[in-house]
Design a protein around this ligand. Structure first.
Ligand code: SF4
Length: 64
């Protein structure tokens, strides 16, 4: 699984973190970041729901 995040689009709404908290986090400015060591999604199936959950299409998930 490959996860792309576009921090320029992110508005800090936090849906990604609520959907897959083990993979997504937010920095001090509330912008999306990937949890260190979990950049590959760590096999969490909820990660596939995150692109639809993000209101500004800031996240893309593709399968390897
Ligand atoms: S759901 Fe989208 S806008 Fe909200 S914090 Fe995550 S990446 Fe940013």
């Amino acid at each position: 699984m490959r996860i792309s995040i576009d921090r320029d689009r992110c508005i800090g709404s936090g849906q990604c973190v609520m959907t897959a908290p083990g993979v997504f986090t937010q920095d001090d400015d509330a912008l999306v970041a990937l949890v260190p060591g979990h950049e590959d999604g760590s096999g969490d199936p909820r990660v596939r729901d995150v692109p639809m959950a993000c209101p500004v299409q800031a996240i893309d998930v593709t399968e390897d």
